[in-house]
Design a protein around this ligand. Structure first.
Ligand code: GLU
Length: 304
């Protein structure tokens, strides 16, 4: 990948997994990260997190990139595909193992208690008769604290909430937590703006950044979107196909959801101009909200 020649003041990113098409929830991540980076005079990057082939939906990476373009969001550097980065993840893992920070674990999901908190079974070596399945990071007994730019002060004691967590999976794939940290550092990301469903991953990621002696970005988590039925919108459930709507109306709905009081009815270019001049992270609400997504109108031209 081409490296930036001069370092921008800030770098934000949108990092979708290609597990379905762009939907209202992921549009929010794209829009919020884009506007926050732009409002700081920074770069905005796109990273396709295609490291989980079993969950991947064929063609969705291409469609996500196409839809971003149709919304008028262009990354400042070529798109990074995580599937090209296995060597970097293995190197980081090797480093953690060599320094005794990560260890091989022989437990399967069925061996874990109901709470899902890893009880430390293989922390001090594989018990007799167990073979290595995963690699886990040893977590500290003290809390990890950080200030989320939307959610405020957050403190999490990883030992109590998750325990030593998986860095390398039993199917010989890197875990999301490892790949995201290695790549946020590789892409020199300084600000992470994403949905609050990932707030529970943030302490793990900050701790992992520290273990790898990598700079820690700032974090801002906008609230989770609920559909009108009260459920979280999820592209895996195939909900909310914004792709059939008009981009300007979907962008308007996204800005409103993010607490930005934008004028209604503007065309896409004027709406972006308004948004770039008026974006305020401090206006993003904290609480989970119901999405009022645009109804596809008779006249709206389908994307595909
Ligand atoms: N790839 C993750 C997802 O699509 C997001 C990762 C992140 O923003 O850190 O949910």
């Amino acid at each position: 990948m081409r490296r930036q020649s001069s370092r921008p003041s800030a770098t934000g990113r949108f990092a979708p997994s290609p597990t379905g098409d762009l939907h209202f929830g992921s549009l929010l991540a794209a829009v919020a990260s884009f506007l926050q980076a732009r409002s700081c005079g920074g770069h905005w990057l796109v990273r396709i997190e295609d490291i989980d082939p079993p969950r991947e939906v064929a063609g969705s990476a291409r469609r996500i990139l196409r839809d971003l373009q149709r919304f008028g969001m262009r990354p400042d550097l070529p798109v990074l595909f995580q599937s090209t980065r296995y060597a970097a993840y293995r190197a980081a893992l090797g480093d953690l193992i060599d320094r005794g920070l990560a260890f091989q674990c022989g437990c399967s999901r069925a061996d874990l208690p109901r709470s899902g908190v890893y009880p430390g079974t293989c922390r001090h070596g594989l018990p007799r008769g167990k073979r290595a399945r995963t690699v886990r990071l040893r977590v500290p007994a003290q809390a990890v604290s950080f200030t989320d730019q939307v959610q405020g002060e957050v403190e999490e004691n990883l030992e109590q909430t998750v325990g030593d967590f998986v860095l390398w999976r039993a199917d010989d794939l890197p875990a999301y937590q490892l790949a995201v940290v290695v790549d946020d550092a590789y892409q020199q990301v300084t600000q992470v703006v994403r949905g609050a469903d990932l707030l529970t991953s943030t302490a793990r990621q900050i701790y992992l950044h520290r273990c790898l002696a990598l700079p820690v970005p700032t974090y801002a988590h906008y609230p989770v979107v609920r559909g009108t039925d009260g459920q979280k919108l999820s592209k895996r459930l195939g909900s909310d196909p914004i792709a059939s709507g008009e981009p300007a109306r979907a962008l308007e709905a996204a800005l409103r959801f993010l607490g930005q009081c934008c004028p209604s009815g503007l065309d896409l270019d004027s709406l972006w101009r308004w948004a770039e001049n008026n974006w305020r992270l401090s206006a993003v609400p904290r609480e989970a909200r119901t999405a009022v997504t645009p109804e596809p109108s008779e006249s709206s031209k389908p994307f595909s």
